[in-house]
Ligand binder design. Sequence first.
Ligand code: NAG
Ligand code: NAG
Ligand code: NAG
Ligand code: NAG
Ligand code: NAG
Ligand code: NAG
Length: 573
Amino acid sequence: MRTFLLIAELLLCLIISSTNGHLIAGTISGYFYNRIARLTYRLVWERGSGPCGQSCSAQDVGNYLSSLPPTLSSLKWRCTTGCQSANQDLHDVSYTLTAVSDDLTSGWEQGEQYFLYSGMEINNTYQVTLSGYEVLAPSLGLGKMVAAFDFGIRNDTGVPNASPISAVPATLGVQFGCTTVINIPAEDPDADSVRCRLATPEECGNACTNAPNITLNWETCSVSIPATTQDGYEPNRKYVITVMVEDYPDYTISVGDQVRSIRKPISKIPSQFTITTIVRQQACGDLGLRVDGVVPNPTNLFRVSYAGGSIQFNGAFYMQSPNINDTTFITSFFKGVNYNVLPDDENRTIGNFRDDVRRARYVWGSYDVRQYADTLLCVWGRNFEGVTTDRFCYTAILLDGDDCGGHTCQNGGKCVDLFRRWTCKCLHGFKPKDCSHKVTCADFPCKNNGTCVDTGTLYICACASGFTGLDCEMKIQTVGSKKSDFKVVPAVLGTIAGVATALVVTGCCWWFLFAAAKRPDSREKKRRVSPSDLHNVTHGSHQRHTQGDININPTQEDLNKNHTPDQDLHLTA
Ligand SMILES: *[C@@H]1O[C@H](CO)[C@@H](O)[C@H](O)[C@H]1NC(C)=O
Ligand SMILES: *[C@@H]1O[C@H](CO)[C@@H](O)[C@H](O)[C@H]1NC(C)=O
Ligand SMILES: *[C@@H]1O[C@H](CO)[C@@H](O)[C@H](O)[C@H]1NC(C)=O
Ligand SMILES: *[C@@H]1O[C@H](CO)[C@@H](O)[C@H](O)[C@H]1NC(C)=O
Ligand SMILES: *[C@@H]1O[C@H](CO)[C@@H](O)[C@H](O)[C@H]1NC(C)=O
Ligand SMILES: *[C@@H]1O[C@H](CO)[C@@H](O)[C@H](O)[C@H]1NC(C)=O
């Protein structure tokens, strides 16, 4: 009888799981403003399995898809800790479609949605979970994403903490037989340091990383994927990678009634995505395919303020390729952002070879006033074989002006423009807000278990064995060992989880078997924002670019050229 029940439940599980759509990628972030919590999620589904359904086409882009297919109607974002009732429903997985690929074999649909939830309060912490979706076909199992938000008032800014933000690619192709480094889009609206670690089974269910032998650099949020047979990869196969993106303050602060040091993250968000191993004839190496931005500042990960009102937000991304045919942009944009791909400028020359250059120009005109604050806009290039480039992202700070104007940072620090406020990124030994204060041992500056000694004028770190650097941030390399990043072999975990699935069937299919994986201690991450760019950008109405004058790496001279409007990144009244 028991066996029968067990089998029946297992079957039920299989039926439930096989009727869910396949999720390719997802993330959620949390922000508290104007006495209300705003949660924003982005999801990508396999073609035919998402909210847009079987007949999804480019005509649906921009539509809010509220009538979900029956298979998704019970899937909810839930508040699993902190809300009045346990497992409080917050929102379904409906969204505004932002992009679609109708490729019959590898198509997808992608959307973005935010919602406001008045049941969350300042100074409280919450856990939000999406659980019970299928991940890969054939099924890897039922996936899960968990975020933890701390809406405590920070004593450095006087406002509730904001979680990091991320963006997710619809598809990422890595060349089989080669090692590829993928940079995960991640930013923090409070200018905290953002770090990434692999999600634990408690945080990802059966959608944990199953790509074998990857190396995650948790300071830079980059994943190195050795997609070779000997490292356990198969050609033309999909693998899931699920990381947690966390915000670490750069010095000791209080958040609500908690003290947070550089060793302790404040909140966490999931970033789940899928990679495909692509077989190509060419040797490993440069694809010749690149994505870049352009005027006024083409650097990856810059920040730009945008005042809103009747003003449109315009931007442009460029892709260069030895063969522009069949290349596509993979975008992770927000609802309201429209873009069109402009024809190939075939005579553009970049570097030593003649390139073809393709341009995507976009306009964010019909923004929603509740889209204020930081927004990550990302683009990847994809060649005709399906191999993708690194991401090119930047943060648009919506409905805000330049807050750095007039503020100076002491001791060599640089101002960073935040949403309706500013802060400084200080040189070593000094701390925000204006870098006039010295870091002391009370800030726990020594990383990796180093011991801090206050000498009166400065602090000194005595490092634990194996570490070095002013703050013990560097691991001492030993001959023959890989970099200081930690390496994971999650396939082993996957197998255990698989066995556990068969054993632990408790009405439904999620389980929490593993203690949180130990995280290595923190090291300082280099600031990825160049605050000197901000002035150029915020006064960007003067920074315009001539039609057809595509410049992947413009010099200051280029920037100063007489530009015509309606091009590239600028503010148009
Ligand atoms: C990881 O790579 C090693 C060799 O580099 C290989 O022996 C091992 O099987 C791989 N792990 C998995 C899970 O495939
Ligand atoms: C914030 O709180 C921390 C921890 O209590 C304290 O060390 C720090 O000095 C405070 N910072 C400010 C700006 O008040
Ligand atoms: C939140 O906590 C801080 C620090 O304990 C306190 O100063 C503040 O008044 C609290 N705010 C609210 C709205 O509870
Ligand atoms: C790219 O496409 C154009 C128009 O379809 C065609 O004329 C051209 O030969 C193609 N180039 C390559 C390198 O395939
Ligand atoms: C590229 O250059 C060729 C030869 O100079 C010219 O015929 C062609 O029109 C140019 N194409 C574009 C798009 O400017
Ligand atoms: C730091 O010390 C704690 C307690 O002794 C230990 O559990 C942890 O592994 C150490 N961390 C590092 C990075 O050495």
